[in-house]
Design a binder for this molecule. Structure first.
Ligand code: ASP
Length: 415
């Protein structure tokens, strides 16, 4: 029996460097259409002889990687460690791309420096791919599911754009139209989505909830923000932005400004920056919205220099390489009066920018609600729209690593 010979013949005219991807498509065809187990020994006899040539050109590597991917998709929960309280400890992700396959991504603490280097390399490759070709088809036949219980513009759209640029499709469910309205638990909603999709992206207002739901999710689960907890995929794009803007992260002074009490992007970024030597962190917030103790303890335990101030003074601006603004998070306040008391505390204007370095990078996870004047958008140091675009490349890299189809199959170099 020959499978998709037409596809192979057509693909044979493609440049050799792309052929292994088409070989993998054929492999998937066999698994999906014929219900085969997907191991090399079962599938090889079914394929036309012309494929051996393609296999020799790198297809075999991808082929066996996809086989592993299928296995790991079915064992995601088995591979996770649990604490004695039954809480899930997400797996460590390393510089070996295989360590990412089929895993949940719930916290930046899963990452090491070499893992991050692998990720950054992959994300830069995705940017080059989109620039040159708009994307590719490596996610063809796969579905990304997203369930958002809080509003989102950038995270939802960039995940969807990322998956679609790699040839996959997306399913999105909002809280208002989901069975959560009927009283379904988050864990059941996530499990349902996992029946239809290859990986699931979840945002929820309760800190720790996404991690709990991951404990029973049989497919890789990505934390797209859990209340005031973490927003790990945002930190990936934030770091990618610093790397692209400044060339390196090591030794930089990063000022995190605004509502650091509730700002999950600041919590994740502060932790992630601890992986880089010589980084200095300055936490700038009103006293009532200061960085949580648990984050400061984490930073302290890693020996990273940190300081806390309650005003954005000229001396802070003069030493800062990355100014990371955040909004005051209205939805997390008990009363409007409490929010009104602090909402306009920091505002970046062209005059404030004059006090910063010429190489300053001004970032913001967005949305902004008055922290940055629109006039500042014209300043070349304003990086927040580039940062937003980087979200798509970062999420392309992440889903490719988690689903086992990264650009780089080998381990990244340690620097
Ligand atoms: N979009 C970011 C988040 O979801 C920042 C924000 O909402 O302020 O956390």
């Amino acid at each position: 029996m020959e499978v998709r010979v037409d596809l192979l013949d057509k693909r044979a005219q493609e440049p050799p460097q792309h052929r292994h991807l088409y070989f993998a498509e054929v492999w998937r065809e066999v698994v999906v259409r014929l219900g085969m187990c997907g191991c090399l020994a079962c599938i090889m006899p079914l394929l036309p002889t012309s494929t051996s040539e393609i296999a020799n050109e790198g297809g075999r590597r991808l082929y066996s990687k996809w086989t592993r991917r299928t296995q790991s998709t079915h064992t995601t929960t088995d591979k996770q460690a649990m604490t004695t309280e039954g809480e899930l400890v997400p797996a460590a992700l390393t510089e070996d791309p295989r360590s990412w396959v089929g895993q949940h991504f719930l916290s930046v603490t899963q990452l090491s420096l070499p893992a991050l280097e692998l990720f950054l390399r992959e994300a830069e490759a995705m940017k080059a791919l989109v620039t040159a070709h708009g994307g590719d088809r490596r996610m063809q036949g796969r579905i990304l599911g997203s369930i958002f219980f809080e509003p989102s513009t950038r995270t939802t759209s960039s995940f969807q754009a990322a998956f679609q640029r790699l040839g996959g499709s997306c399913l999105h469910v909002n809280e208002s139209t989901s069975s959560a309205q009927k009283g379904e638990t988050l864990s059941d909603t996530v499990r349902s989505m996992a029946c239809y999709c290859d990986l699931v992206v979840v945002r929820h207002p309760v800190k720790g909830s996404v991690c709990s739901a991951a404990g029973t999710c049989p497919k890789p689960l990505l934390n797209a923000g859990d209340g005031t907890g973490e927003h790990p995929t945002q930190s990936l794009l934030d770091l990618l932005t610093v790397k692209l803007e400044l060339g390196e992260i090591t030794g930089k002074t990063v000022a995190l400004v605004g509502d650091l009490k509730h700002g999950r992007t600041a919590h994740s970024l502060a932790r992630l920056l601890c992986l880089f030597s010589g980084v200095k962190l300055i936490f700038v917030s009103p006293e009532s919205l200061s960085m949580p103790e648990e984050v400061k303890e984490y930073v302290g335990s890693r020996g990273v220099a940190q300081r806390e101030v309650f005003t954005l003074d000229a001396d802070v601006l003069a030493e800062t390489d990355v100014l990371y603004m955040t909004r005051v998070q209205k939805e997390r306040f008990a009363t409007t009066a409490d929010y009104d008391a602090v909402k306009d505390i920091f505002r970046i204007t062209p005059q404030v920018m004059e006090q910063g370095k010429s190489t300053l990078v001004l970032m913001h996870p967005l949305p902004r609600v008055g922290e940055i004047d629109e006039e500042v958008d014209r300043d070349p140091r304003a990086a927040y729209f580039r940062q937003m675009e980087n979200g798509m490349y970062a999420r392309m890299a992440l889903v490719a690593l988690i689903l086992g189809v990264p650009t780089f199959h080998t381990q990244s170099r340690l620097s």
